[in-house]
Write a protein that binds this ligand. Structure first.
Ligand SMILES: Cc1cc2nc3c(=O)[nH]c(=O)nc-3n(C[C@H](O)[C@H](O)[C@H](O)COP(=O)(O)OP(=O)(O)OC[C@H]3O[C@@H](n4cnc5c(N)ncnc54)[C@H](O)[C@@H]3O)c2cc1C
Length: 398
């Protein structure tokens, strides 16, 4: 790790570094002092006429990587059922394991989860570590983190994969902090080097670059991946692997107590939809979203939106596709007045069929679309609706 430090005896308090620093990261109470806002840009180092600011490199301590091996996949339970992201991650873990000879294990935490544990044995895992206890009936971060920490200390996996669900996003950072190691959130690709370093690839800087992040000195390597980013493997007829019951560790205690339960009405999950019709900023007013909803309903699908529509308050983030919304992989997606910014397309381009309607023939959405319709949504969408209705009525009459 690198750090910029001031050599006080050389500093003349001239203030040139304070003026040059673009981050306001240097205070001058008496001599120059570098504060927490420092981004290590090094401008102060170059500016100081006395060479009083120097860069110190400290070599990070490296763990014995050989002592950490295999891949552990956290499989989330949701209302007594396995969340499908767990299976998707097991599929990816098998691909990664192939290059290193690693084994794939699963971690399950919940209450009455024997059936879910048995189901996991149909996905080619070696062991399913199961913490089955009423204390794990609902998600309490401290209890879940204590159990996951317990199994990680015992098993020493090189890689831990977690679904980027609400639960996973709460759990993974707690674990990476406990092990003082790295975590990359929302990875879109994963590769495992022969050295066992996991290359965690994800969009960065608003999706304009794909960052490759590695954790070269510490283990385990934590990564979260969104639902529908990886492909789930086929369920095997034959069960295999062992189910290993684990004891709740002593420190699995929480200050959180369940007082009452209220069922929140289930919102449509656009990530699960096979057919999506998406409204973008090409729609002029909120009520125009109705034709998008109608087309979606006629096709037996769901509607979704791009971010500007959420920002206008026309809909909620739960229906937003994109880096700051959801990732989707439907069989058919029809975009209506969406330009195709990278932050949007990165999270829908894996769809089987993409149909784009846009008035601008040069709109970037046409680069990812299988079928492009250059035209006005106010012309095309009502015509599509009318055609489908006519077809449906003819079909109904047969
Ligand atoms: C960090 C970050 C995260 C982001 N996350 C997301 C995200 O999660 N989701 C997201 O969507 N965006 C996200 N964005 C914003 C993104 O960059 C784009 O601004 C956004 O996707 C644009 O939405 P849009 O295509 O609906 O609107 P616009 O880019 O304004 O495109 C509107 C399109 O409609 C077409 N059009 C206009 N009128 C008609 C008509 N009558 N008929 C047919 N076509 C018409 C236009 O030709 C145009 O191509 C993010 C940006 C950043 C920096």
């Amino acid at each position: 790790m690198a750090q910029l430090v001031v050599i006080p005896r050389k500093c003349t308090s001239c203030g040139q570094c304070v003026a040059a620093c673009p981050f306001g990261a240097i205070d001058m109470p008496d001599k120059a002092e570098i504060n927490a806002a420092c981004k290590m840009c090094g401008i102060c180092e170059k500016t100081c006429p006395e060479k009083a600011i120097v860069r110190l490199e400290t070599k990070a301590k490296s763990v014995d990587k050989q002592a950490w091996r295999d891949i552990l996949v956290f499989c989330e339970m949701s209302e007594g059922r396995l969340h499908p992201v767990g299976m998707e991650l097991i599929g990816k873990a098998h691909e990664l394991a192939a290059s290193t000879g690693y084994q794939v294990d699963a971690l399950l935490m919940g209450s009455s989860c024997q059936q879910a544990a048995e189901e996991l044995t149909h996905y080619g895992v070696r062991h399913v570590y199961v913490y089955d206890d009423p204390a794990l009936d609902f998600f309490r971060a401290e209890v879940f983190a204590a159990c996951a920490e317990d199994v990680i200390r015992k098993v020493k996996p090189s890689v831990v994969l977690v679904g980027a669900t609400a639960l996973g996003r709460s759990l993974a950072p707690r674990l990476s902090t406990r092990f003082r190691t790295g975590l990359t959130a929302d990875c879109t690709q994963l590769e495992l080097k022969e050295s066992s370093d996991l290359v965690q690839i994800r969009p960065a800087f608003g999706g304009n670059i794909m960052a490759q992040i590695v954790t070269p000195y510490t283990r385990p390597q934590f990564a979260t991946v969104r639902y529908k980013v990886m492909d789930a493997p086929k369920r095997r007829e034959e069960a295999g692997g062992d189910i290993l019951p684990m004891k709740l560790p002593k420190k699995a205690v929480s200050q959180v107590q369940l007082v009452d339960k209220h069922q929140v009405p289930k919102a449509a999950n656009i990530s699960d939809a096979d057919i999506l019709v998406v409204g973008g900023r090409g729609l002029k007013k909120e009520s125009d979203l109705e034709m998008v909803k109608e087309l979606a309903a006629l096709l037996g699908g769901e509607y979704a939106v791009s971010r500007p529509l959420v920002e206008k308050g026309w809909d909620t983030n739960a229906r937003q596709i994109g880096l700051s919304g959801r990732t989707v992989k439907p069989k058919l997606i029809i975009t209506c007045g969406v330009s195709g910014a990278i932050q949007f397309t990165a999270c829908m381009e894996a769809a089987e069929r993409i149909v784009a309607i846009n008035a601008d023939p040069n709109a970037p959405i046409f680069r990812v679309a299988h079928v492009g319709i250059v035209g006005d949504v106010y012309d095309i969408v009502p015509r599509l609706i009318a055609d489908i209705k006519r077809e449906k009525s003819q079909y109904a009459g047969v």
